[in-house]
Ligand binder design. Structure first.
Ligand code: C5P
Length: 211
């Protein structure tokens, strides 16, 4: 079984996907983490984000050298490793937030991320922007999470202490930049995560799954 959970930034996708996956005793895959990792790789090597070729050649070189950038879909949280180095803690920074949407516009990078995800055998819960549309259109159950920009900003500020207004402005900007790949699947169940506890939202998702 494949369950897809898409939605806008900070809509609670990772927490909901992780909770649903734990309830089903299957892994969850964070596609956003792969986009973040590729963006971090480009920034750390000072590669442009307007051209996919240098970034793709870096990712391919790491793979050829035996230090590939890989997603480890662990039940307690996804991790990104480059060879033997766990780089997960470097991926949720304001700098990566500010550049990831530009990297995610590159069709060659989208194809690379999709290929990483397609290497993993189901069952799993996949979360991101286009899991139910472009990547796993055959999924048995699809969800789309929404919440107002204010609610999402309040959530982010609890994770990373920052000024609420500027966090909300940055989220709105990322929404705009991500709009192209964030359209909900026509057959997705929409859930507003602004009201209700995490447990209630997880239960709502579980109640829609095929028996
Ligand atoms: O989910 P998260 O907010 O961590 O994703 C980071 C960024 O990765 C998004 O803002 C978006 O630009 C990109 N992304 C994407 N397609 C996905 C998942 C994430 O374009 N399926």
């Amino acid at each position: 079984m494949i369950v897809t959970i898409d939605g806008v930034a900070a809509s609670g996708k990772s927490s909901v996907a992780s909770g649903v996956a734990r309830a089903l005793n299957i892994p969850y895959l964070s596609s956003g983490l792969l986009y973040r990792a590729a963006t971090w790789a480009a920034l750390s090597q000072r590669l442009p984000l307007t051209d996919a070729a240098p970034l793709l050649s870096l990712l391919n070189r790491w793979e050829a050298d035996g230090t590939p950038l890989t997603l480890r879909p662990l039940p307690q949280g996804n991790e990104i490793w480059v060879g033997e180095q766990n780089v997960t803690d470097l991926l949720h920074t304001t700098e990566v937030d500010a550049h990831v949407s530009a990297a995610a516009q590159l069709p060659e990078l989208r194809a690379w991320v999709d290929a990483q995800l397609h290497r993993i055998s189901p069952p799993f819960v996949a979360e991101g922007r286009d899991m139910g549309t472009a990547v796993f259109p055959q999924a048995q159950a699809k969800f789309y999470l929404e919440a107002s920009a204010r609610v999402r900003a309040q959530r982010r500020v609890q994770e990373r202490p920052q000024d609420l207004e500027s966090v909300e402005a940055a989220l709105r900007l990322r929404d705009e930049r991500d709009a192209r790949q964030s359209a909900p699947a026509p057959d997705a169940v929409h859930i507003d995560t602004g009201s209700g506890t995490l447990e209630q939202i997880i239960a709502q998702v579980l109640s829609h799954l095929p028996a």
